[in-house]
Design a protein around this ligand. Sequence first.
Ligand code: PMT
Length: 399
Amino acid sequence: MRILIGVTGCIAAYKACEVIRGFQKAGHEVSVVLTESAKEFVGEATFRALADGRVCSSLFADEDPIPHIALAREADAFLIAPCTANVAAKIAHGIADDLLTSTALACTCPFIVAPAMNVHMYDSAATQENLRTLEERGAFLIRPEEGYLACGDNGRGRFPDPEAVVQMTLEHMAEDLPLVGKRILITSGPTLEPVDEVRFISNRSSGKMGACLVQAALDAGAEVEIVSGPVPLSYDGRAKIRFVETAQEMMEAAKEAFPESDIAICAAAVSDMRPARAHEGKLKKGRDDDALGAIELVQNPDILSGLCQMKRAGQVVVGFAAETEDVVEQAREKLARKGADMILANLVGQGRGFGRDESEAWIVTEEGVTELGCRSKKEIAKAILELLSLNRAVEGDRA
Ligand code: PMT
């Protein structure tokens, strides 16, 4: 998930650095928006060094002419930590006079506020009313702790332990995630079918599409198991990952995981054929020319069809179709022939689809076709998961 952290002018601003680290350790991407006062406590350079997303503080300095809208659109959650009495008051009253408060007004994602200030400022009727207003409008408040404060007073107002702030934020967000309690099996990458001990038949799948699906499924709150062919990329560590080589191994692993899954998404580029036998050692040019020149091929099992045949009520199976022409027509045919609930059809060949960060795609179901156009694989994955979240078969059966 992409988490936007707002930092305001408070002695606890340095603790936002640990909050950033905490989210990153949990696998999330962090962008930062600072008020001018926050920069008096911790410099923008520190946040730039830590954050993996954008770090901004001005409505006008960025190349983007409307940065508050872009930040608000990109964020899956907006956490203001620490939040001063002043910023809480401004947001409660709809004042948008800098980048942070304008972004807060433009945000439609979950909004979390962690106030930190002097005990008397916190206890004041004005602050309490402002925080209540924010809460009533849907903000999740992470209350400050009691203790010794920077100003020498003792009482409520201390910014909590950064780890606890991360934990509470993630727990709060998980409550609303659409696929909490669901298990998703994803196949990804190519398969490798050995000719001998050094050669194989394979394809150009990089696993990028599968990795984006893993991320989107985790972000939707699902538990994810991925069965992947050999790829040089790393999948999100929160998923259970099983690497395999051949189509037969992928079939076995997928069949084993499927009964415990609510949804299966078959994004792997499985070799349709494999050599009838994998020769021992290396076939040698000159000596084994006959064997090398006429590799006998046999059909591999069709994993997608196999899972569709095993499907019980409530389970949903999504297939992919990689086509060089008549994409939608062929996807419709695959949907019917293989028995899938949904097919993500994508255009491949001439450098498209395989190995790229984007793809031209369509979602095909019995109900109709949704043209996604040319989009990043991240967006395609998100679109698939959003549709699955709305699917009545999945929804009706929610744990
Ligand atoms: O990995 P990337 O580089 O990011 O590329 C992504 C991708 C192009 C590989 C991906 O978007 C994609 O299209 N994956 C499916 C590729 C494919 O094998 O398509 P197909 O039309 O041949 O197969 C149709 C469906 O049947 C697929 O869901 C496939 O996983 C499944 N299949 C095919 C053959 C087989 N023996 N078993 C299967 O399960």
